[in-house]
Every structure is written in structure tokens, then in C-alpha cells.
Write a protein that binds this ligand. Sequence first.
Ligand code: FE2
Length: 271
Amino acid sequence: MEEDRNLSRKTVLRAALAAGVAVPAAFVAAPALARTRADGPALEPTPMCDDGDDPTPPQMEGPYFKPNSPQRTSMVGDGPGTRLTVSGYVFGLACQPLSGVLLDFWQADTNGAYDNVRFRFRGHQFTTAQGAFSLTTIVPGLYPGRTRHIHVKAQAPGRPVLTTQLYFPGEPRNNTDSLYDPRLLMTVRNAGGGREAAFDFVLNVPGAPGTTTTRPTTTTTSPGGGTWTPGTTYPVGSRVTYGGRGYVCLQAHTAHAGWEPPNVPALWRAE
Ligand SMILES: [Fe+2]
């Protein structure tokens, strides 16, 4: 199954990176194989990475960014808050891990307040030779008008800055925050009284020539399941078809263009 190959490929890639061993060439040089469907609908060449992600989408900077944050991987001070680690990798379009990428994080404290005078909960770091990063912080608090989020700027050497935000699953406000984008959901689990979050960035950095892959571009219907339709509100457990495949809804939401089931694995699981 295509899904099995995707998961297997990502698992191997992450495991290899974490272990500091060479990534098997088949997983780096030919990402197209992971998503090529012999029996699928019309295909177009589109660069993809790991589970089929497009480049990590941008989001507005908001009013609270401050330049010149300190270089550090821990933003935790003496104050209150639930400990949170955020870790992952930064990839280019060809799934190659990117080293030396600047990641500049800023967030609210546990009460939802930004430090606009000093640098509490602001810090930057660079990805390792394996493209990895790890941030130790606290779960940011809520403030009016927004769901829970962490701001970040990501810049590969000599490339443009990506400004975006990371989100938490299962937040009641996710569905009412117009900025919220499920493509920016972290994977979060409880660990030792705190939280462990994971997120992999994909930056718009070209890889080796020819390392493009493909994705379905047409929506088709199949008997017994409704076709995924933007503007529709889907409860958890609802089933749709998209691109000839069936998907199960993992989180209640209202569908938007750009949130097609293959693009938002946090919202839809392929059947
Ligand atoms: Fe914010």
C-alpha cells in the first residue's frame, strides 16, 4: 500500500537521522517512489517530502517578534508553566536534511503574555549536521483571539526566511482561530509531567535534479462515501473520498481549500 510505504519510509528516515547513520540512498534520492501510484488518477510533478508534505506553509509574523534573540535551545526560566520540548528535523524539497538552518522561536508565557522588553521565551538555534533541532520551553498560554501556538522563523543558509506558527492538537480554539492551519500541527504527547512535541519543517530549498515526485490532483467520487468538499464541517470519524482514496476524519473541522486529506495527515487518515 502507498500509505505503508510512506510511513515506512518516514520511519526509516527519522530513525536513521536519529541514530546518526547514513540515510539509505533509496530514501533520499528517490522520494518520488514513495508517492508514485501506478493506478492513481492524473498526476503532476510536485516536490514533496516525507509523508507527502508541501513546503511548510507561511503564517503572519504577528505583532510580537523581536530581532536579536539569544542563541539557546532552552527558553525555560524560573517561572511557572508546563515543560514542553519541541524537536524534529528540517528538510529540503528533496527530503534532504538541512544543516545550519536558523530557527528563531518566540512565544507567550504560561499566562499568554509576550515579553516585549527582554527576551523571555525567545531564542534561536541552528540545526545540527543531521538537520535536527530541539527546543526546551513551556506550553504557551492562551491570549484573546488566538488558539495555542508558537511562532518561528526558519532560514536555510542563503535562503529566504520562512515565518510561520506551530499549533497543538486537541485545542478547543483551533476551530475558531482563522489563522490556525492543521498543516502546522505538532505531534504532542504527555511525558514525565510535561509534553513532548515533534514537528518537521520542509523548506523551499531545491534538492538534486530529478528528485521530484507526484501527487493526485483530481477529486473523484466512489460509491458509498461522500467526496471531500471545501466548506463542509466534518465530525470525527466521518469518511470521505478524495483522489480515489478513502479517508477517516481524525479531528472535527470545517474543510478549506488547501486542506485536502492527503495534505493534512493530522486531520485525515487514509484507509
Ligand atoms: Fe502569538
